[in-house]
Design a binder for this molecule. Structure first.
Ligand SMILES: NC(=O)c1ccc[n+]([C@@H]2O[C@H](COP(=O)([O-])OP(=O)(O)OC[C@H]3O[C@@H](n4cnc5c(N)ncnc54)[C@H](OP(=O)(O)O)[C@@H]3O)[C@@H](O)[C@H]2O)c1
Length: 293
């Protein structure tokens, strides 16, 4: 390890993606410290000072921000907190790295798009978020881009599953233990993504000294129903997954009906073609939910 390989991962102890980032960084020989809600309440007025002190003490070469307000429906009512964590926090981190000269990795979302396209979204497509969560995440991207930082990766990702925290796949498999059948939405299509693959590809972007906006997801696409069906098949459960339209399950926040992301910019810079999501899902399920003997 050298001094250039020291990361401070925000959300690294408890977040779904933060934990994957810490795992991959450490496996790759990096030192990775973590900070999260238990250490600093980033909604507090002195949060910027607390973070500055931490950065001065730990001297990371890169800050990885995997903290966000991720409750998409709750954000419709709690607009202020959503914008505080999704816009003000990255803006504050941007100002911090500018003065300290370290790199920054920040994650954003497919929910910045309106879903009206029917081909994968590239990082050149114009965002048009439909909900508060998407708007607050886009405001975070814009705040960082306006600072014109020399070493700042903004990575849009989507539909995460992986170890360490409840997610869509683990929820479906848990429900399958209690029910014989489940109805799952078939008319929303996206890019299911394994957190450990995303962390690996993020590290490659860092090593390639990437800067700017990138889309990083596993390849392929699926509806929520297809993702749930493949998960139950791989976990060998008896539960029957049946398709329903999203209109059968009205939610507070409007989500894009189509939000598949195109990783062309990632491939161009690193040569990586992300592996297909069903292969990544297989690895996750075999490790986290091995079939009963
Ligand atoms: N999950 C997805 O499907 C998905 C899809 C697209 C994009 N993304 C993006 O990927 C990134 C990571 O998402 P994720 O799903 O890994 O998030 P997550 O599991 O919900 O983790 C969020 C993290 O933020 C921390 N946090 C929340 N409020 C905080 C506060 N007031 N002070 C300090 N820490 C706080 C949480 O810490 P505590 O546990 O201590 O509260 C947790 O570590 C986000 O930028 C998200 O927008 C996620």
């Amino acid at each position: 390890m050298n001094n250039a390989q020291k990361a401070l991962v925000l959300g690294g102890a408890t977040g779904l993606l933060g934990q994957a980032m810490v795992t991959i960084l450490r496996e790759s020989g990096w030192a990775a410290d973590t900070v999260g809600g238990a250490d600093v309440d980033l909604r507090a007025p002195d949060a910027a000072d607390a973070l500055s002190l931490l950065v001065d003490k730990l001297e990371p070469s890169v800050i990885v921000n995997a903290i966000a307000y991720t409750q998409v429906d709750a954000a419709e009512e709690d607009v202020e907190t959503a914008f505080l964590l999704n816009r003000s926090l990255p803006a504050m981190l941007g100002r911090l790295v500018k003065t300290r000269g370290c790199g920054l990795v920040h994650f954003s979302t497919d929910f910045v798009f309106n879903g009206k396209k029917n081909q994968p979204y590239t990082s050149d497509d114009v965002p048009d978020p439909l909900c508060v969560y998407g708007k607050s995440k886009l405001a975070g991207e814009d705040a960082l881009l306006s600072l014109d930082l020399p070493r700042c990766l903004i990575i849009r990702t989507a539909w995460l599953f992986g170890p360490g925290k409840k997610n869509f796949v683990s929820t479906i498999l848990q429900l399958c233990k209690q029910k014989k059948s489940l109805q799952v939405v078939h008319d929303h299509i996206g890019s299911p993504t394994y957190t450990l693959d995303l962390a690996q590809y993020t590290l490659k972007l860092l090593e390639a000294e990437g800067s700017g906006l990138f889309h990083v997801v596993n390849s392929g696409m699926a509806s929520w129903c297809e993702l749930a069906s493949e998960a139950t098949r791989l976990a060998q459960t008896e539960c029957l997954i049946t398709p329903v339209p999203s209109s059968a399950y009205p939610q507070k926040a409007t989500r894009p009906a189509y939000s598949v992301l195109d990783c062309e910019a990632l491939s161009r810079l690193t040569g990586i073609v992300p592996r297909p999501w069903p292969r990544a899902l297989r690895e996750y399920i075999l490790k986290a939910f091995p079939p009963a003997e």
